[in-house]
Design a protein around this ligand. Structure first.
Ligand SMILES: NC(=O)C1=CN([C@@H]2O[C@H](COP(=O)(O)OP(=O)(O)OC[C@H]3O[C@@H](n4cnc5c(N)ncnc54)[C@H](O)[C@@H]3O)[C@@H](O)[C@H]2O)C=CC1
Ligand SMILES: O=C(O)C(=O)Cc1ccc(O)cc1
Length: 359
């Protein structure tokens, strides 16, 4: 008989994601036990406050979360399905359909397994890089199957919400297509940019600014982990990459055609804006409030103070400079409904400001 209060969680794999989950669940009042094939990882995670180290003989979890590299997830899920006949099992693997198919082969009776995937992480590995805030305001995808009991799905959804995540439910195959588009191909674009730096002489690398650091951050991720993710989602990733290859060929052709090039750059800007919403929410409908910054000492600092005091949630901002009139402009993106209030507030404080849609 399943317990109604699911408070004992066993986490297999105390790396970045497993330890972060341990920290967040412990903080939410769960009793967390950790196990890792590298005993030191479980010890370090426990030391950080992510739970207790499992002694295996006394484990009696209500929920098991498998947080290991993808290739070993199916075997571990099959093992714990058998070992803990009352527990609900989930995993955090970055692909879902191939894991489900492998579990199907290893443990045909797997209705207590509910797949999931937190869309939160980093380029780092191991428990020392964990954070109890990793899942806050991030999407956690749950990929139930028709044979899952609704109560078991609810257990996993509650666990995700208890660590601050927003749950999105979708079939495993749809999940895999979506992550090819928003995670796996972007990862490869970062890899392409970063690996191209190998040809750049050391002297030239000194000129690198924040842009290239932003674009290459995730290229620093563990190659072995990403080999596992990408090979198991190869067909969806290939489909997206072929589209990118067409765009790249087009771009090479248009480099000296200013109008076509600007159109293409505009498509990039539109793509970036489609992500402006917070993680996992619909993109926010934003308007820009543009404020003129006079050429006076500390004008920008005063403006930021006034915006801060006005108390509006700024989604984004951009600073531009008019060389001829010696004026600066700060364009602040805010939700459409509050744009006029912000403009009026700023004007009241003595600034010239107007609002409008982003070009
Ligand atoms: N890194 C990221 O940003 C994200 C990763 N994921 C998924 O989370 C899972 C874990 O990834 P990370 O925590 O980033 O990796 P990690 O390398 O930080 O941690 C993996 C842990 O699993 C342990 N492990 C390996 N084989 C094991 C086995 N047979 N039994 C028990 N423990 C074992 C390792 O010793 C290590 O501590 C992967 O499946 C990945 O696809 C999901 C969301 C984000
Ligand atoms: O570092 C980042 O920004 C990530 O997006 C990390 C990440 C890596 C793998 C996943 O399956 C999900 C998230």
């Amino acid at each position: 008989m399943r317990r109604t209060l699911t408070e004992n969680v066993l986490i297999l794999g105390a790396g970045l994601v497993g330890s972060s989950l341990g920290l967040a669940l412990t903080r939410a009042g769960y009793d967390v036990v950790l196990w890792d094939i590298a005993a030191s990882h479980a010890l370090v995670a426990a030391g950080l406050g992510a739970g207790r180290v499992s002694d295996e003989s006394t484990d009696n979890p209500d929920v098991v979360v498998v947080a290991t590299p993808p290739d070993v997830i199916p075997g571990l899920v099959a093992e714990v399905l058998e070992k803990f006949p009352d527990a609900v099992i989930t995993d955090v693997g970055s692909v879902k359909a191939p894991i489900l198919r492998a579990i199907d082969r290893l443990a045909p009776e797997h209705r207590r397994y509910v797949g999931s995937h937190p869309m939160a992480g980093s380029q780092f590995t191991g428990p020392l890089t964990a954070s109890g805030d990793l899942f806050r305001d991030r999407t956690w995808v749950v990929t139930p199957e028709p044979e899952n009991a609704p109560a078991d799905i609810a257990v996993i959804e509650k666990l995700a919400r208890d660590v601050g995540a927003r749950v999105v439910t979708m079939p495993a195959a749809e999940h895999d297509v979506a992550v090819a588009q928003v995670s796996h191909v972007p990862h490869l674009m970062s890899i392409l940019t970063a690996s191209h730096l190998r040809q750049v002489p050391q002297d030239n690398l000194q000129l690198a600014g924040q842009g290239i650091r932003d674009v290459t951050r995730i290229a620093g991720s563990d190659p072995s982990m990403w080999r596992q993710i990408l090979t198991s989602n190869a067909s969806a990733v290939r489909h997206e990459l072929l589209e990118v290859a067409q765009d790249l060929a087009f771009l090479i052709d248009q480099l000296e055609r200013p109008e076509q090039l600007e159109k293409f750059l505009g498509m990039g800007q539109a793509g970036a804006l489609s992500l402006v919403g917070k993680h996992g929410q619909d993109p926010i409908d934003v308007l820009e409030v543009t404020v003129e910054i006079p050429d006076e000492p500390r004008a920008l600092a005063r403006l930021f103070t006034d915006i801060g005091e006005a108390g509006f949630n700024v989604e984004d901002f951009e600073l531009t400079h008019d060389q001829i009139r010696q004026l600066g402009y700060l364009s602040i993106s805010v939700e459409r409904e509050v744009a006029e209030q912000l403009r009026a507030n700023i004007v009241e404080r003595g600034w010239h400001a107007w609002s409008g849609s982003r070009k």
